[in-house]
Design a protein around this ligand. Structure first.
Ligand code: FAD
Length: 308
């Protein structure tokens, strides 16, 4: 059983920092109006303000089952499929969202695996972002233009049923043969790595770096949690990077700038990572995964990949 009342409190706490961040973004963007092309900056600022306002409205629409309603989890899947009620739909940006489903007790998965979700007869694979022993299953999903399933999932209401396959699959795993691991992810490609990090035992000795790329600073989805994990785990570094630092939507960004393939050689050099002690993983946009695969082809590094 889940406790919707407690979840509702957590949700409203989570929204307060988001609203503060949005107000801060609007303030810092006002300063961008004095850029070298004031007319362009003014138009960008206007468009971005409208975007932020819409986003904030959608944040408020995040729903939870009403307090006191218990969610009954199916123990056994029918015909290899579960029908699960959506517990939460959290908006990240106009096209990105996080869906939360209850984890049936009989459903097992390894961190890094994915499972098929479905609605209206369409099914696709989605990586599980949750820890292997969590009560809920989180999925970080991008709505694709004209996408039959992702478009529909982006509009799913809390309480509506989603189909989930009874078995997870996929071979992306932390390789126990290495003591250092460098994870590369674009936007939603962070999910398998988030699952690995959330499942990481306390005091684990392995050294981890997560280089997370996105076009815009508001697309990382779980950056607050990942930064918090990095702050409390000396063996983990979270390195978010925006690929369009000059755009007004990234105003005030002080982190890494550039595409992951451009940042990778410097990271390997500066951290002294070698094929003997470090395994590399790349997950997300096919262009990033293909470019990194070509870059590392003759390097001797062990590379596991997953393309979305
Ligand atoms: C192992 C695995 C794990 C995945 N995990 C995630 C995840 O965690 N989050 C997530 O958002 N997605 C993930 N995906 C992608 C997901 O399975 C769907 O392919 C995606 O949501 C599009 O489905 P759709 O029905 O909306 O689009 P469709 O109706 O199938 O296609 C809509 C449009 O998008 C284009 N399109 C579809 N897939 C791709 C693609 N991979 N690259 C470029 N264009 C494409 C199509 O050509 C079409 O024009 C994963 C895929 C795999 C194979």
């Amino acid at each position: 059983m889940h406790s919707p009342t407690a979840s509702a409190e957590v949700e409203s706490q989570r929204q307060a920092p988001a609203r503060r961040a949005l107000r801060g973004a609007i303030r810092s963007l006002s300063a961008a109006g004095s850029a070298s092309d004031p007319e362009l900056a003014r138009r960008q600022l206007h468009a971005y303000r409208r975007y932020l306002q819409a986003l904030e409205r959608d944040w408020r629409e995040v729903q939870r089952p009403p307090p006191g309603v218990d969610i009954v989890e199916p123990e056994q899947p029918a015909e290899g499929l579960y029908r699960l009620p959506v517990l939460e739909r959290r908006r990240v940006d106009a096209d990105l969202f996080v869906l939360t489903l209850p984890r049936p007790r009989a459903f097992r998965f390894q961190p890094g695996q994915h499972v098929k979700l479905g609605l209206n007869g369409r099914r696709h694979s989605y990586s599980i972002a949750s820890a292997a022993d969590a009560d809920t299953l989180e999925f970080f999903i991008e709505r694709r233009p004209g996408g039959g399933l992702s478009e529909r999932l982006s509009r799913v209401r809390v309480g509506e049923a989603v189909i989930m396959a009874a078995r997870a699959s996929g071979r992306l795993r932390l390789d126990p043969g290495y003591r250092q691991h460098l994870m590369l992810a674009t936007v939603t490609g962070v999910s398998p790595f988030l699952s690995m990090l959330r499942s990481r035992p306390q005091g684990a000795q392995s050294r981890l770096w997560l280089l997370h790329g996105a076009s815009y600073r508001d697309q990382f989805g779980f950056d607050a949690e990942l930064a918090q994990r990095a702050a409390s785990d000396p063996a983990f570094d979270y390195l978010p990077a925006v690929s369009r630092p000059e755009e007004v939507r990234n105003a005030g960004w002080a982190g890494l700038r550039g595409r992951l393939d451009a940042l990778l050689p410097r990271l390997l050099r500066e951290r002294g990572l070698s094929p003997a002690d470090t395994a590399i993983y790349a997950c997300g946009h096919p262009d990033m995964v293909d470019t990194v695969s070509r870059q590392l082809a003759d390097s001797g590094f062990s590379l596991q990949t997953e393309r979305y």
